[in-house]
Design a protein around this ligand. Structure first.
Ligand SMILES: [Zn+2]
Length: 75
């Protein structure tokens, strides 16, 4: 895996996350944080430098927008 590679796993997979993380144990949206987001995660994302995060639909859209900036289409 490239150091800055963004990898999106759908659907959300608790096993993708660190067993002790809130994403795995509470199945919440860790991209926004469980105290700030009550939406269920739809995807698991390897999202450097944050590491592995769970993302609700809104968080996933933000990650994709960021990914498109980081990895522009090659001509
Ligand atoms: Zn969220």
């Amino acid at each position: 895996m490239e150091p800055m590679e963004i990898r999106i796993v759908m659907p959300f997979d608790p096993a993708f996350h660190d067993p002790g993380s809130v994403a795995a144990t509470e199945r919440c949206c860790s991209q926004h944080g469980k105290d700030y987001c009550d939406q269920p995660p739809v995807a698991s994302v390897h999202y450097p430098p944050n590491g592995r995060v769970s993302a609700c639909a809104r968080a996933l859209r933000g990650i994709i927008d960021d990914a498109l900036k980081k990895f522009p289409q090659q001509q």
